[in-house]
Design a protein around this ligand. Sequence first.
Ligand SMILES: *Cc1c(COP(=O)(O)O)cnc(C)c1O
Length: 409
Amino acid sequence: MSESILPLTAVAPAPTPTPVPMIDLVEQHETIAAEVREAVEQVFATQRFVLGDEVFEFEREVAAYCDSRDAIGCASGSDALLLSLMTLDIGPGDEVITSPYTFFATASSITRAGATPVFVDIDPVTFNLDPAGVEAALTLRTRAIMPVHLFGQCADMEPLWRIAVRHNLAIVEDAAQAIGSTSDGRTAGVLGTLGCFSFFPTKNLGGAGDGGMITSDDRDLTTRLRRLRVHGDAGRYQHLEVGINSRLDALQAAVLRVKLRHLPTWTLQRQGNADRYEQLVADSGLSEFIDLPTATPGCNHVYNQYVVRVRDGRRDELIEGLRARDVGCAIYYPQPLHLQSCFSSLRYQLGDFPEAERASAETVALPIYPELGAERQELVVQAMCDSFGISVSRHERTFSLPHSGKRAA
Ligand SMILES: *Cc1c(COP(=O)(O)O)cnc(C)c1O
């Protein structure tokens, strides 16, 4: 019984290493909780929950942020893609070219519209649709190209535009992960015919639930989109066509308007974290084991995800090592879409898109959320070194970086 009188410190287990979560939305919310609460209470005071002024104002703010003439709120990023295809009259018998290495909703929006997704392999460096493969995939049924600005970096749009113009195709940007990213000075969302955004909570601009937005400069398309999201209602229950119910809620818009004001800061923090990873990895000897994301010149990468490629088939070993050390990580995406069983009727098989398949097998996403900061990034890099058994003396590494994300002079 003598143990029971020992002071607590004597029996306490060794302290566990500080865990680094993949993402921590609580920490961010704490910094804006008062603003959010006030905005939400105002919506309750009006009792206008679907569309309304709050949504209209948010649409104007997103349009301004993206340099787009108009923006139309809807229920999710997935619906933004579907509505875009609907307003372009894309349906049964039509083909849409897209990437097999993306979130499921990119391709399923095409299927939901009744059209057929046609996959083209990705560029191994950017993970985005490789324009070189697009020309070869064109048929008489091709109606649109749906590039994805994956992980927060714009797809290679100029060659896609050249193909689109030559063959009279629309371009629907899946910009769900890329709000605020730019390509040669132009913003994601206005690089195609229509731009689709998601406000899923883990996106760079994340709401308190589902939400989405479509940006476009084309008045005919946006006028029709405003009908399509309310059952095709042209006003006073006059239905010119059958639409869907896909609207943005006022509560979401109120929360998102608050968060949009902080988005530029959060984006800079993500980019600062990316810079810091680069230096930490360069100083650690990890460069022989992993390849870091590459920001294409002229692109403003907004790092919705920070995805590294692990060499020599050691990806799963790294993941195990990180998990054992309480460091969050994730695989985006473990199975390319052409191999999903729901698309088996499209008759793709293993080997059809080697780069997408390789990316699925070799990549892992590390924590990159804005509030992550130097200390936790050092833990991530340390955990990676330990996972690979890199035995460089810890004293040789310079983990004491300034918090600005810039290298010390
Ligand atoms: C999140 C995401 C979507 C879907 O958005 P939801 O709002 O979740 O419906 C579509 N495409 C990509 C690339 C995404 O990351």
